[in-house]
Design a protein. Sequence first.
Length: 116
Amino acid sequence: MIPSRRKLLFALGAASLPFGFLAAAGFAQAPNPRRPSSPDGKGEADSNAPSIDPKNMLEANQKDIKKNVERLFQLATELKAEVDKTDEVKVLSVALLKKAEEIEKLAHAIRSRALG
């Protein structure tokens, strides 16, 4: 009985194999047509768009980072003053926790801006 089961399963598998390929071919994605690039080799860049000077962009990022670092220092100083005022036995205030969260968000923004 076992050899006939094996033959049956092998025959069913062999018969269903072409259907599997047809089904897979029907779900395959069509390739995206490529747009012709411009003759100057810049690809799809819009000639009307203003070109961004990398040096100006880096200078703007640097100014923004300096401004954010100054704000971070100010918030950290305020937070330290508030922590020094509170009693060690008491629970920290909600305003203190919100300021700490704001410091955390600002530090993350500075880090992401610095990394690029």
